[in-house]
Ligand binder design. Structure first.
Ligand code: SF4
Length: 63
């Protein structure tokens, strides 16, 4: 599983990181760092929870 990060949509709510801080890394101002996220095996559940929690739809799950 991979998560496509659309930084332009991120508004810094940090909801993704509150679900899974080890998967969703934020900068000092609370915006998600650029670059797609490769989800490790066994991390699919927190990764999908975090991605779905984004109110800006900045995190797109892909297989
Ligand atoms: S929840 Fe969405 S808007 Fe908030 S920091 Fe994460 S990616 Fe950005």
């Amino acid at each position: 599983m991979r998560i496509i990060v659309q930084n332009a949509k991120c508004q810094g709510h940090a909801r993704c990181a509150s679900q899974a801080p080890h998967i969703f890394k934020l900068d000092d101002e609370g915006y998600i760092l650029p670059g797609d996220i490769q989800v490790a095996e066994g991390e699919e559940l927190p990764a999908s929870r975090g991605a779905r929690s984004c109110p800006e739809r900045a995190l797109e799950l892909t297989r």
